[in-house]
Design a binder for this molecule. Structure first.
Ligand SMILES: Cc1cc2nc3c(=O)[nH]c(=O)nc-3n(C[C@H](O)[C@H](O)[C@H](O)COP(=O)(O)OP(=O)(O)OC[C@H]3O[C@@H](n4cnc5c(N)ncnc54)[C@H](O)[C@@H]3O)c2cc1C
Length: 480
């Protein structure tokens, strides 16, 4: 009888299209999920992700139990807990989907070393991405710094394999070790902290079945209008698959194939995700340090009061505030509004992009180290293929363009709901009688703008102008 295998679930909390699971080939298996808060350091899961993880593990455990092989829950540092468990059950192999975060690569190296010392193997599979980020390189063998040539190279070189089916029954171990209970992990909001997750429960169905439902609904609905509608934050214009992808409840291969050739724009967004991982792989400092060296000395003006107003959705700019409140209430924010609110923080308020990224990390259910870090660097103008620093989103015009009838702002900033469309994105310009009719008292029921748009924009441009002249081209230079 071949020795049992340890199936280590990480960011692939699904049974279908799971190559590590498929590699079991009928062997006895012990499925395990390890909560390791030590290895990631400051990038341990944030509050919103913990909420998601709790529910996702519940679903995964039920699906595995149905197939005869219950999920073992453990806590500890990977390099100690995984080899110890493999030893305890006599597993020759540990099978897992590959992770790409710098801390996870280091942890895997140590797990691999510890397993090898007792003649065991760690086998990692491409599970969370369409392709391995280190396999794509420019003609000169370098990493890509620009999205378009990167995506063309992926399209030319990568044939996305058809997704694998979910397995039937699994062969469990006869006497698996005892694990921990999910409730003991306290991943959900705990009293006396107020229950901040009511809006999450109303918005999401974590788990593989929820992911499949979301994907099917998107493919038969919003996908057709996706290329044109995706910037509209009200209504279901995008897939909202990001948390399901972040936890691996659906694989990018499944999403890619479900979208088909007609879903080219959607597929291109999946490639942005791959591009983020490409950057993280080659520039592990991505979450902490500006990729463009000149930006490392950017004259940020950190101020707790401003950061707090932004976090609470009380900047006085309705689109920004609606986005920040959507984030707090549902754990998610529409991409266009993420761009506008992030830009507002770093440009209008001159707060360090790392502070914004940390807040998103804690509050997003789709918090993903590669996507979050690359996107914040993109917005701040200091990352790969970034928006130029001098392009400062105007939150009023963005609101009027993408939320012209105000459905989005009215939903998340109800105190402005009765304002006419004309003033909804610029309430401080509304005539007194319109404000009074709508029940808005500026500075009382809704804040006045925390910064004047033109002055904030100019201050950002001045700060940018003070950077060394090489700032804009520094990234490309550093790559050649
Ligand atoms: C400041 C900022 C922070 C962000 N932080 C995260 C994060 O932590 N996690 C995260 O998954 N995305 C992040 N994004 C990217 C993007 O906003 C979300 O992926 C998207 O809004 C998720 O919604 P969706 O699933 O409906 O996307 P869809 O439009 O349906 O796209 C499908 C999938 O493609 C990927 N994708 C879409 N847009 C991008 C993008 N710009 N960059 C990389 N991948 C993309 C996502 O996996 C998404 O689920 C961030 C963007 C900004 C501007």
């Amino acid at each position: 009888m071949p020795s049992p295998a340890l199936l280590w679930f990480r960011t692939d909390l699904r049974l279908a299209d799971n190559p590590a699971l498929a590699a079991l080939e009928g062997r006895q298996v012990l499925p395990v999920f390890l909560l390791d808060d030590a290895s990631p350091g400051r990038w341990a899961l944030g509050g919103a992700s913990r909420w998601w993880l709790h529910h996702s593990l519940e679903k995964l455990a039920a699906a595995l139990a149905e197939r005869g092989a219950p999920l073992l829950l453990l806590r500890g540092r990977a390099e100690i807990a995984i080899p110890a468990l493999a030893d305890a059950i006599g597993a020759a192999e540990v099978l897992a989907g590959r992770r790409y975060e710098p801390w996870a690569r280091e942890a895997d190296r140590r797990v691999h070393e510890a397993l090898s010392a007792s003649g065991r193997k760690l086998r990692l599979f491409t599970s969370a991405l369409l392709h391995e980020p280190h396999r794509i390189a420019t003609g000169a063998g370098r990493p890509y710094g620009v999205f378009t040539p990167f995506s063309k190279a992926v399209m030319a070189q990568v044939a996305v394999p058809a997704p694998l089916p979910a397995p039937g029954r699994l062969t469990p171990m006869a006497n698996p070790p005892a694990g921990e209970s999910l409730a003991d992990w306290r991943l959900l909001p705990q009293a006396p902290v107020p229950d901040w997750a009511a809006g999450f429960r109303a918005s999401w169905q974590p788990g593989e079945a929820g992911a499949a439902t979301r994907l099917a609904r998107f493919v038969s609905g919003a996908l057709a209008g996706y290329a044109k509608q995706r910037d509209i934050p009200s209504g279901e214009t995008t897939s909202a698959l990001s948390p399901h992808l972040a936890f691996g409840e659906v694989s990018p291969r499944q999403a890619w194939h479900a979208a088909g050739e007609a879903g080219a724009k959607f597929r291109s967004e999946l490639l942005w995700r791959e591009f983020s991982y490409h950057q993280l792989w080659h520039r592990p400092e991505l979450p902490e340090i500006a990729l463009r060296p000149a930006y490392q000395d950017f004259p940020w003006q950190p101020e707790a009061r401003l950061l707090r107003a932004w976090q609470q959705g009380r900047t006085g700019y309705p689109l920004v505030d609606a986005g920040m409140r959507q984030l707090w209430r549902t754990g998610w924010m529409h991409n266009r509004v993420r761009m506008v609110s992030a830009s507002f923080l770093v440009k209008h308020l001159l707060q360090p992009w790392q502070d914004g990224a940390s807040w998103f990390w804690d509050t997003l259910v789709d918090a993903d180290l590669a996507n979050n870090s690359a996107s914040w660097q993109w917005v701040a103008g200091c990352g790969a293929d970034a928006a130029p620093y001098f392009r400062v989103f105007n939150p009023v015009l963005q609101g009027e363009k993408f939320d012209p009838a105000g459905a989005y702002v009215r939903r998340f900033v109800p105190e402005l709901a009765r304002l006419p469309d004309k003033w909804l994105h610029r309430p401080w310009e509304a005539p007194a009688e319109d404000l009074a009719r709508a029940g808005v008292r500026l500075g009382e029921t809704y804040p006045r703008p925390i910064v004047d748009h033109a002055a904030g924009r100019q201050r950002a441009l001045d700060a940018f102008a003070a950077l060394p002249k090489s700032a804009a081209g520094a990234l490309e230079e550093s790559r050649t």
